[in-house]
Design a binder for this molecule. Structure first.
Ligand SMILES: Cc1cc2nc3c(=O)[nH]c(=O)nc-3n(C[C@H](O)[C@H](O)[C@H](O)COP(=O)(O)OP(=O)(O)OC[C@H]3O[C@@H](n4cnc5c(N)ncnc54)[C@H](O)[C@@H]3O)c2cc1C
Length: 390
């Protein structure tokens, strides 16, 4: 019988797992190395409707159309979608509000985990033991090293440069289609060897969330991921920590490589985020006493807006498996793992195929008609469930 679970990571996966366990009468202790709403981690998110409902995100903006645009902002193709645009801090804020009273320890980094008995080690509390330890600690997971030591993250050859800009501060002379991004549309600007995703977020300032996917050789990463203090980061540079020289380099690249209106958008954005795009799936999500969920188990490739959905589906199903009584825990976890790998893998592979295709050089999208786009899309979708693309 599981009575106490230790959770490493207090973002989407960790908080939602704590909440689902609490609902089933199981105590959880969450260790989060950062503090606050983790605003440094993200800007905007696209979420599926069931997730928005589950989190009670009443203010999310409903998005019904995905527009593929050419370099001048002309509409090349339209797809129906059922997404909701929402700010990252709204998502974390909603989860935080629901997990009040749960043991959430901020600025408490887990330095090691062990299996027999399941345990975590932190500088603040020393070693603590649990009935189960769950790694919800994202891309650089310390728990994953113990569950799936063979795991390797694969850099896909491009980075996401991201920013938010308040609607009233948008540069003039943007294509007319931009207004629809504050209504019911989102857009991908297809540039042949690069693309830019754009959508408006709800809220007072109505920020426009933009993500420029830029091909860069892996040899550039160590320099790009060194922050203003000279500290080298492995996975991403949080907003506000880019050295002036890196920001200047990215802005100069935007001037060189992007159409004028997109370069103006980058130029008018005060703070830039930078995240290399990695793919990787743990072959194992379960080891004795230890489990992986969310990005710790499968690195979310951003283009289909599925990372949060997968993290929440992992955690809901895990809480159910943990709380059941019938079969032994080992068997329940093994069934959970098989079901999650079956559900997640085709979705993640689809996102990888889509990202690589959008970034591949030599395509002149402007010559494509609707039939070309439809053919391309069904080829990319392959055996992923249709809802993965909507
Ligand atoms: C450019 C980009 C755009 C994206 N856009 C979308 C989108 O539109 N829609 C969508 O659904 N998803 C999107 N994603 C993916 C989404 O952000 C992730 O899938 C989601 O955040 C995963 O949640 P998680 O809780 O598993 O991991 P994370 O959010 O990464 O959280 C891990 C947490 O663990 C903490 N932690 C790590 N190590 C330790 C430690 N040793 N001790 C204590 N705490 C620790 C970290 O501080 C962090 O808070 C995007 C990702 C990228 C890169």
């Amino acid at each position: 019988m599981i009575e106490r679970v230790g959770i490493v990571g207090g973002s989407v996966a960790g908080l939602s797992l704590a909440l689902e366990l609490q609902r089933r009468g199981i105590a959880a202790r969450v260790y989060e190395r950062s503090a606050g709403l983790l605003a440094h981690q993200g800007a905007g998110l696209m979420l599926a409707r069931p997730i928005v409902e589950r989190l009670g995100l009443a203010g999310a903006r409903s998005v019904r159309r995905r527009l593929s645009l050419g370099p001048a902002g002309q509409v090349l193709w339209r797809q129906a979608v059922e997404k909701h645009a929402v700010g990252w801090s709204e998502v974390i804020g909603a989860l935080r509000a629901q997990v009040e009273g749960i043991g959430l320890y901020e600025q408490c980094s887990v330095s090691a985990v062990g299996a027999d008995p399941p345990r975590v080690h932190t500088a603040r509390f020393g070693t603590e033991t649990f009935d189960l330890v769950v790694g919800a600690d994202g891309i650089g997971s310390v728990v994953r090293a113990a569950v799936d030591p063979g795991f390797e993250a694969c850099y896909l050859g491009y980075v996401a440069v991201r920013g938010l800009i308040a609607r009233r501060q948008l540069p003039s002379a943007l294509p007319a289609v931009i207004d629809s991004l504050f209504d019911d549309a989102m857009a991908k600007v297809l540039l042949g060897g690069a693309h830019v995703t754009l959508y408006g977020l709800p809220g007072g300032d109505e920020p426009l969330n933009w993500m420029w996917y830029l091909n860069l050789p892996s040899g550039d990463l160590p320099g790009l991921l060194t922050d203003a203090q000279g500290i080298a980061h492995r996975w991403s540079l949080p907003a506000g920590t880019l050295p002036a020289a890196t920001e200047a380099r990215l802005r100069a690249m935007a001037d060189e490589r992007l159409p004028d209106w997109l370069a103006a958008l980058v130029d008018s954005t005060e703070t830039l985020f930078l995240q290399p795009v990695y793919a990787g799936f743990a072959q194992q999500m379960v080891a004795p006493g230890l489990v992986l969920v969310g990005d710790a188990a499968h690195l979310a490739v951003p283009h289909v807006g599925g990372g949060v959905t997968l993290a929440l589906q992992d955690t809901l199903a895990l809480a159910e498996a943990v709380a059941q009584t019938g079969a032994g825990l080992e068997e329940r976890l093994s069934r959970w793992e098989a079901a999650r790998l079956r559900a997640n893998t085709p979705r993640l592979e689809f996102a990888v195929r889509l990202g690589l295709s959008l970034q591949s050089k030599g395509k002149d999208w402007t010559g494509w008609g609707a039939a070309d786009f439809e053919r391309w899309w069904s080829h990319i979708l392959e055996d992923a469930p249709d809802d993965a693309s909507r």
